[in-house]
Write a protein that binds this ligand. Structure first.
Ligand SMILES: [Zn+2]
Length: 460
């Protein structure tokens, strides 16, 4: 009985094939395996449901690190560990704005990250509107004393998100410019697309020597309303913003790997921290889930012998505090991990489909990139002549000489949700997420199991 069962089982099993050694053939195999399972959805669901918002230096961000370390271990990654680093700790408070006059109107707004505070009772001040940052810069010193500066500037919808890159200094630098000219507070139209009456937060920066003033983003509809009111005549606002600066805190990276046979490293990941208004599902639980999901598909294929151990270590990092500190998580990773990073690709642009492949690699690696493009073509991904941008989390590695590609995701709807309370799991299309996992799994394997020198110049 037992012998018959064994014989039947053996007939049902395919003959044990030798591992696929060609990096391009291996990439195609992983692409198809990733499409057949949905390795990222469970990760993004778990992280955004069991933990939720993950503001840098908060207790939930620390819980997210432990959650992520357990998840990486469960998915088969080796050498899982946490690297902590110091960051400022800031916390949102009460936030309201109301027009003063015969018809008081409540405006929907939210404090920018690291904003200063009004008195608890709020402040009353006149609004001075500017069209853009250059107009604010041109205002004479001291001319804004005691005023609420308001910049009403439109962000346009674009597949590549370029309007955000072009105009985000309105949020990051505008408040400090207004503060230096004596303003009492700063408001701007959210860096956002879409008609939702939800404001979009994000970091703002006050250089040493500039005292932080209260700074907030209005929802797009509320900014338009305020601009119409200003066009009718002087507007005075009652503004209450009571965030708190809690001093130094702790953030951290979670690191795991598929160990290669050689010394080189292929670096990937996304950022674990998020803003506090939503659950950070698209920014950036999705990026962590896409890259970890891709790593999991590779780990499974290596474990079962379908693929050999890669030549280069695939190192997956869930980076700490990207939202406020930008490249610090990536720089901290490099300090603790001296092995050469020869290639890097990060995911930090939501949960939508990858549509474009951009690269910045050694000229001699161009044929290899063309081969990768052929593997990605069935996913609807086209090669772009533009150079890869990289991203904050891998910026330090790229600066150190790593070759880089962008698997550019469709950002047409990204800024409807980004940094707002609407950044939640229900917005994710599981099929689009899976397509992105397939693209990352193929790309990581192609880079890790190849002999190609991707670094554009000598290591720095
Ligand atoms: Zn992000």
């Amino acid at each position: 009985m037992r012998a018959i069962a064994t014989a039947v089982l053996m007939m049902a099993m395919p003959a044990l094939a030798a591992p696929v050694r060609d990096p391009v053939a291996g990439a195609a195999l992983l692409r198809d395996r990733a499409l057949a399972e949905n390795s990222a959805l469970a990760i993004v669901t778990g992280l955004t449901t069991e933990i939720g918002p993950r503001l840098a230096a908060s207790v939930p961000e620390a819980h997210a690190r432990d959650w992520m370390a357990a998840e990486m271990t469960a998915l088969g990654l080796a050498k899982v560990h946490i690297q902590t680093f110091a960051v400022p700790h800031w916390e949102r408070g009460v936030e309201t704005a109301t027009t003063i006059g015969p018809n008081p109107q409540r405006l929907m707004l939210t404090a920018l990250g690291y904003s200063g505070a009004t008195p608890d009772a709020g402040l009353d001040a006149d609004v001075v509107q500017f069209a853009d940052l250059d107009a604010l810069k041109a205002a004479p010193a001291g001319s804004l004393a005691g005023k609420i500066v308001f910049i009403d500037h439109e962000m346009r919808r674009a597949q590549d998100g370029s309007s955000y890159g072009a105009f985000n200094a309105i949020r990051t630098a505008g408040p400090a410019i207004a503060a230096d000219k004596g303003a009492a507070a700063y408001l701007h139209r959210s860096l956002a697309t879409g008609p939702a009456r939800l404001p979009h937060t994000g970091v703002t920066r006050f250089p040493d020597g500039t005292k932080p003033i209260p700074a907030a983003a209005l929802s797009v509809p509320d900014a338009k309303q305020l601009a119409r009111l200003v066009a009718l005549g002087p507007v005075r606002l009652h503004l209450v913003l009571t965030p708190r600066d809690l001093g130094p805190g702790t953030s951290g990276n979670v690191v795991g790997e598929i160990t290669g046979t050689g010394p080189d490293v292929v670096l990937t990941g996304g950022h674990l921290d998020s803003w506090d208004l939503g659950t950070g599902a698209i920014d950036d639980a999705s990026g962590v889930a896409i890259t970890l999901g891709a790593t999991k598909v590779i780990a499974d294929a290596v474990k079962t012998g379908a693929l050999p151990r890669p030549k280069r270590t695939i190192r997956m990092v869930a980076f700490g505090d990207e939202e406020a500190q930008g490249p610090l998580g990536g720089a901290t990773y490099l300090k603790g991990h001296p092995e050469p990073v020869v290639f890097a690709v990060e995911a930090d642009f939501g949960a939508d489909r990858v549509w474009s492949l951009r690269s910045r690699v050694a000229p001699a690696a161009a044929p290899a990139v063309a081969a990768l493009a052929r593997v990605l073509a069935p996913l609807g991904i086209a090669p772009s002549p533009l150079p890869a941008f990289g991203g904050e989390d891998i910026a330090a590695a790229v600066q150190g000489g790593a070759g880089v590609v962008d698997l550019a995701q469709d950002g047409t709807h990204y800024f409807d949700l980004h940094h707002s309370a609407d950044d939640t799991l229900d917005k994710i299309d599981p099929q689009a997420l899976t397509q992105a996992v397939a693209a990352y799994a193929a790309t990581l394997w192609w880079a890790a199991n190849s002999d190609v020198e991707f670094r554009p110049g000598p290591p720095h």
